[in-house]
Design a protein around this ligand. Structure first.
Ligand SMILES: Cc1ncc(COP(=O)(O)O)c(C=O)c1O
Length: 391
């Protein structure tokens, strides 16, 4: 049978990265001594108060259709959450609820981009982006996040990539996989550039609550860019709620109206009991986030300290998020080859990031969703293997 051309654009090179994850998971399931540090799913339990809120909501009969963009109470709670980042009061009609940041990104790109358009995205970029942009028919134009700049964005690279077809710039900060958190000055310069060329700026900020030792700089705070900025986030990482599928998009009300139409056509509203759990998380569970942020920072330090003197691998402390990016270019091996070798020799699964973009080649992403003892053991094995790759 015939399928629409979108099916050819939905799967990208990202699948290459998950190969190591699938192998590691299979070996672990078979009972082998494998440490899988491949994914970004928090190892913390979802806080019980949030589960209780969800159960109470379902028991109270909140199991029927709901408004497409979310209940007013939830949209207000999200608006209250992002207002401090924006440095202004965000109104609830600037918010749309989505089942996860991924769905929000897909929907936002669907209403902003189409065939013939170009979208600029810094790379290495989160592996699912390729499929999202591909679905719209727009052409993805990548600009490098260079290792020698600490993977920070050079706004001049974006400037050089702009053409008459450019419609949007999509960034992710704190960034997956590099751990770079863009500063307010970079964002302001990007905002100015977008205004100059009448572009949208979409900012994926799912790791906003996991910035280490400094405040998160949000694209929502760019002065004068309110009409062209859309920020996306979720409770997946901040509250260990990946399975709840709880996220949002914040942007101008006209954008939210278009998203409302899309949501009505596609989802017809999200489960009320999931939304209620989110309200509980946003209002009462910030201590959990603080605890997790501290834990991820401590874990990142454990990894960086353990691998600091290792030969054949160079690590840098991330500024936020759930990963440490490691440079293994000294080995001369392709990152996939390196990761497969590590899994075979030492039973440690890490994600090769070449498929996240050219600037991610020769790097592997070490996930922090494991306790410090496990990470220490993984690092001992990684150091041992890295040494063999250069001798
Ligand atoms: C950069 C980035 N964006 C979006 C997502 C998806 O988040 P959610 O679970 O909220 O859909 C992830 C998940 O790992 C991510 O790393």
């Amino acid at each position: 049978m015939r399928y629409a051309s979108i099916t050819n654009r939905l799967s990208g090179k990202g699948s290459r990265a998950w190969h190591v994850h699938d192998l590691a998971a299979a070996r672990r399931e078979a009972g082998e001594d494998v440490i899988a540090l491949t994914i970004g799913d928090p190892d913390f339990e979802t806080p019980s108060a949030i589960i209780e809120a969800m159960v109470a909501s379902a028991r109270a009969g909140r199991t029927h259709y709901s408004p497409s963009t979310g209940y007013p109470e939830l949209r207000e709670a999200i608006a209250a959450r992002v207002s401090p980042y924006a440095g202004r009061a965000i109104a609830s009609d600037e918010v749309a609820f989505f089942p996860g940041a991924q769905a929000a990104l897909y929907a936002v790109c669907t209403v902003l981009l189409e065939a013939g358009d170009e979208v600029i995205v810094p790379e290495p970029a989160y592996a699912t982006y390729e499929g999202v942009f591909g679905a719209t028919g727009a052409t993805e134009v990548r600009v490098p996040l260079r290792p020698e700049r600490g993977f920070h964005l050079d706004v001049d690279d974006v400037r050089r990539a702009i053409t008459v077809r450019t419609r949007a710039v999509v960034i992710n900060t704190p960034q997956n996989p590099t751990g770079a958190a863009f500063g307010a000055a970079t964002l302001a310069a990007l905002g100015e550039l977008c205004a100059e060329h009448d572009l949208w700026l979409v900012s994926d900020e799912v790791y906003a609550e996991l910035v280490f030792g400094k405040a998160h700089a949000s694209a929502l705070a760019i002065s004068g860019a309110e009409g062209r900025v859309c920020a996306i986030s979720s409770l997946s990482k901040s509250h260990a709620m990946t399975g709840f599928r709880h996220g949002w998009a914040v942007g101008p009300t006209e954008l939210i109206q278009h998203l409302d139409n899309l949501l009505s056509s596609m989802l017809f509203g999200s489960p009320a009991f999931i939304q209620d759990a989110g309200v509980a998380a946003l209002r009462h569970a910030d201590d959990v986030t603080t605890h997790m942020r501290d834990a991820y920072e401590q874990r990142a330090r454990v990894v960086v300290d353990a691998l600091r003197d290792a030969r054949g691998i160079t690590v840098r402390m991330p500024e936020g998020g759930m990963f440490v990016l490691a440079d293994v270019r000294e080995s001369g091996l392709d990152d996939l080859e390196w990761a497969l070798g590590l899994l075979a020799a030492e039973g440690v699964g890490v994600l090769p990031t070449g498929s996240f973009g050219t600037s991610g080649e020769g790097h592997v992403r070490i996930g922090l969703a494991a306790d410090t003892a496990t990470l220490s053991e993984a690092c001992r094995r990684i150091a041992r293997y890295a040494e063999t790759t250069i001798s």
